[in-house]
Design a protein around this ligand. Structure first.
Ligand code: ZN
Length: 158
């Protein structure tokens, strides 16, 4: 995981605290005893003290779509009931094809199996990316709406 310094805090629509990191990613920093103990986050001074401190940023480890790849296809929008079974099982994209998993609402667990098993919780603020031929699968966390966009380089003969 990448260690990134905190540059700010805000509350989401459910009043949960979110830390903003200098990489542009963000993550929840909830105080929800006894599950998550972060008493510092509920006070202004506590949060100010954490500015500049480093947090593990799992989204810095997400594969990236090359800037010269173009979107050429997208799926319909799925929800937790209509998600195709194939996406819930281990599968991969074709050679030369990147997939971006875009959550429209709710949350989706996204797991990459290779080269190392990694898992992220995707949300409207955080998309997932599957690199070509990398095995992965998704799993709805409660109610979710999402779709998948496919990218390739124009020159690739796919
Ligand atoms: Zn990051």
């Amino acid at each position: 995981m990448a260690l990134r310094p905190a540059v700010g805090f805000h509350q989401d629509e459910q009043a949960h605290w979110v830390v903003e990191l200098d990489c542009g990613h963000q993550q929840h920093v909830r105080h929800r005893p006894p599950f998550e103990e972060r008493p510092w986050v509920v006070s202004e001074t506590g949060r100010r003290r954490k500015l500049g401190e480093s947090f593990d940023c799992p989204f810095c480890d997400m594969p990236e779509i090359p800037p010269d790849a173009l979107a050429y296809k997208r799926t319909a929008t799925f929800d937790e009931n209509t998600v195709p079974g194939g996406l819930l099982k281990e599968h991969d994209t074709k050679e030369g094809v990147w997939a971006r998993i875009v959550v429209e609402s709710g949350k989706l667990a996204y797991t990459i199996i290779e080269p190392d098993r990694r898992q992220w919780v995707l949300s409207p603020a955080a998309s997932g990316v599957a690199a070509p031929t990398a095995a992965h699968f998704v799993k709805p966390i409660g109610e979710v709406r999402f779709h998948v966009e496919f990218f390739r380089r124009e020159a690739d003969p796919t």
